[in-house]
Ligand binder design. Structure first.
Ligand code: ASP
Ligand code: MG
Length: 461
């Protein structure tokens, strides 16, 4: 059954060494009455190293692949040694040993064939979460917690798109009820690896880099958890970047849409799209700090509670280029915008902000080396100019469309700043504009002072 449970996801740095894992054990102990399910990432950097091994083997460099595997083995052994008593360690040692034997066998096989496919890549990459989940299970037991390892490949059923597989929710939910719920109902703590799953036929898959947050949301949604906790190493989402504004404050509660907007424009804490399965089922997601567990963090919910401040946060995205396309002869020409967007598409360059007039279009893109080629292509259609070192500033808040004079409030504050593009109203929750990159600190400081001097205590810490 397992209604009434909480999913606790710990990222790579939260399980990065024995001290971090010991902290995890104590945090989990504090949640025992809430019936926790633990989802872990691989130890920090391990996924990168596994992919390195796989590539080395694929290039036929068997020796290098095996040396990297040995380093990885030692790190896991050492961490286990520090965490576990003698009896547990002896038992765990042989379990870990057979995992590493399998990994080395696989690397030898890849090196012998000299070819790395997405399917074998996933097989190698999955070891990180298999190992960390077993290690954390043993560590919880060593801390006298009733932990039980659950192999995510038995529960997360995916399609066959190796390296970024999509979960098959009906199958997955049935498996979660079969393999995870009974463990919780027995009063034990299931520990699962994030990021990994398997096809219906049982072939190992992964759901894309950084996928453990998604795994936590899949598990939480599948079991109708009360909440999902994403444990990281920051206190939560902030009103703005504290490196720019030392008086930035923690946001206690934010809507999914607002959080998604912030992530898109530079806030790096969490990609909210990954927790969508939970939000769709109205399960709140918390961002919490495993180094400061008593901090309440940030709660992300489907709908935002009322906030007295206009805005929840200000984000900036630097390294932006503005592309200006002007075509007087194309005045009102049908299909002009379409051909412009087709050019961006051919060069696989995604566009962020767009503004148009009758005869011209300005678009922003992340600065990158394919822009000159794109510009040459666009020059066949119209006059093209592009200019780098720009930044997008984005203010996020609920129902901005409803607030009279909101733009005047913002731009009145910035009357001496050269604003290159403005976009408001495309979504109800953001007001976006483009400025020179070197203006970012002063613009953010001024806006923060203007809009966050007084804070709604329900929303901000
Ligand atoms: N270990 C995987 C990665 O590094 C998944 C995750 O950490 O979320 O991408
Ligand atoms: Mg991660």
């Amino acid at each position: 059954m397992a209604a009434h449970c909480v999913v606790m996801k710990f990222g790579g740095t939260s399980v990065g060494d024995s001290k971090a894992i010991a902290r995890v054990a104590e945090i989990v102990r504090g949640r025992l009455p809430h019936r926790p399910i633990v989802v872990v990432s691989a130890m920090a950097k391990v996924t990168d190293q596994l992919l390195q091994m796989a590539r080395a083997a694929g290039d036929g460099d068997r020796q290098r692949a095996l040396i990297l595997a040995r380093e990885c083995r030692e790190r896991h052994y050492n961490t286990a040694g520090e965490l576990l008593g003698t009896a547990l360690f002896t038992q765990f040692h042989s379990d870990l040993g057979s995992e590493f034997e399998e990994l080395e066998e696989l690397l030898r096989g890849i090196a012998a064939v000299g070819e790395l496919t997405p399917r074998t890549t996933d097989h190698v990459a999955a070891f990180g979460e298999v190992l960390s989940s077993k290690l954390v299970t043993a560590a919880l037991s060593a801390h006298n917690l009733p932990a039980a390892h659950v192999d995510s490949r038995d529960c997360i059923v995916t399609d066959e798109t190796f390296m970024r597989a999509s979960p098959l929710f009906d199958d997955t939910n049935a498996r979660l009820r079969e393999f995870v719920a009974p463990v919780v109902d027995r009063g034990e703590v299931p520990v699962m690896g994030g990021f990994i799953g398997a096809t219906r036929a049982g072939v190992t898959t992964t759901i894309g880099r950084g996928g453990s947050d998604f795994s936590a949301a899949i598990v939480g949604a599948g079991l109708s958890a009360d909440k999902i906790e994403i444990w990281t190493d920051v206190d939560g989402m902030m009103t703005t970047d504290p490196n720019i504004c030392p008086d930035a404050r923690r946001i206690k509660t934010i809507s999914f849409e607002e959080a998604a907007e912030l992530a898109y424009f530079g806030a790096k804490v969490l990609h909210p799209a990954t927790v969508l399965p939970a939000i769709q089922k109205n399960i709140p997601v918390y961002i919490l700090n495993s180094r400061n567990p008593s901090c309440e963090g940030t709660r992300i919910t489907a709908r935002a509670p009322h906030c007295k401040n206009f805005f929840k946060a200000i984000a900036a995205k630097k390294r932006i280029t503005i592309v200006d396309v002007a075509a007087p002869r194309m005045l009102l020409a049908h299909g002009f915008l379409k051909s412009i967007f087709e050019a961006f598409d051919r060069h696989r360059i995604p566009v962020d902000v767009v503004s148009t007039s009758e005869v011209s279009v300005s678009l922003t893109v992340d600065s990158n080396e394919s822009i000159p080629a794109l510009a040459a292509d666009l020059a066949k259609l119209a006059d093209v100019k592009y200019e780098g070192r720009k930044a997008i500033v984005c203010l996020v808040g609920q129902s901005l469309r409803e607030i009279p004079g909101i733009a005047a409030h913002v731009f009145g504050e910035l009357s001496d700043v050269k604003i290159r593009m403005i976009s408001q109203g495309a979504s109800e929750i953001n007001l976006t504009f483009v400025i020179d990159e070197d203006q970012v600190p002063s613009v953010i400081q001024r806006l923060h002072k203007r809009f966050f001097a007084e804070l709604d205590p329900e929303i901000f810490a």
